[in-house]
Design a protein around this ligand. Sequence first.
Ligand SMILES: *Cc1c(COP(=O)(O)O)cnc(C)c1O
Length: 431
Amino acid sequence: MNASNGFDRWHAEAAQLDAEDPLGHLRAEFAIPKHHDGTDEIYLVGNSLGAQPLRARAAVVAELDDWSNDGVRGHFTPPTPWVSYHELLVDGMAGLVGAMPSEVTLMNALTVNLHLLLISFYEPTPERHKILIEEHAFPSDHFAVESQIRQRGYDPATSLITVPPRPGSELLDVDDIEAAIAEHGDSLATVLLPGVQYYTGQVLPIRRITNAAHAVGARMGWDLAHAAGNVPLSLHDDGVDFAAWCTYKYLNSGPGGVAGAYVHERHHDDQSLNKLLGWWGTNGATRFEMANDFDPIPTVDSWHISNGAVLTLAALRGALEVFDLAGGIEPLRAKSRLQLDLMDRMLAAEFGGRVRSITPTPFDERGCQYALEIVDPDADGRAVFEHLEAHGVGCDWRYPNVIRVAPVPLYNSFGDIAEFGRRLNAALDAS
Ligand SMILES: *Cc1c(COP(=O)(O)O)cnc(C)c1O
């Protein structure tokens, strides 16, 4: 194939779309990682670690300054007292996941939050002891669930149910998930699934599956690692029992950033739920009296154990401001629709027989991430990935033959997509 000229038309169309993009100015809110020649990378790996919002840095520096000036008094010094710092983020975070502020908090890391929530929402009995997940769940989720089952004295061999994709497909079939839920019915305690599957980018219908779990009396939890900040969510209205997500992917809080947790308000007053307690879950008005009576905060905050990691909360606070500037997730989705359309047409026109997208094509079945399988019989997939990385494309590699790329509407331009096409073409030719 013709190396570069063939992509001029994609660049021309992208330039037009960038000129018309009402959100294009948001790219200047980010530090885009640099290639070694000093140019901006074609950074398409926000599904793994979002680019740095300049406001995240500023918010962290502000708290470092408070620390240097006020020391321990910073815990109580307005306008951003550290004792309640996470509360400054709750409205913005709740808006992005479609929850009430009392249902959302920020604490710990994702897998830790899954454990804490499974302590409450996986209550096995000899009759009802199973957890249903997907067969190719993110390993950390799989490990968490297996260890929770063992911890309660049950055996994953009989208590862990996994739903596979259909033979010949990487995608989950929602009918199969519903059928498995119905099949295990009375013996099913909890269902835990991803809002967006990390490998394929498939979006699962949260309300439909939550209803199916509730219909058999099971609790429904969602891992939103690849969904939060990527697709619209309505956890409260969908009746979801619990959810957790990391914030360093599409929410751009930085490496190891503090995680999110959600518990539906109908569970907030339920004192019969098993819960691991710590001093940050008790009433803030009496916390520092240091008495031994636990007085649970009447929100999801009663799941808090430790005082907040203020520096990473600050980074997330700055990052969430950029979503406010965008006007929330809907305008970003509208831009994403155009970006996916450009990418789809370019893949079909230029890469037929060489690259296949595993990701579903209907808009409501995917977020912004592609899983691109290298099917060109003459190309070595791993070499294609390495060529891309060496030529300034940020992407990631997933065994056995998949390159994941995510045009993130907050900071990726349409031009990034056209340039990705040009460099992918060169990488395939070279490999
Ligand atoms: C990214 C990701 C994780 C990472 O877990 P941490 O506890 O943040 O290290 C876990 N599960 C899923 C589905 C993920 O996508």
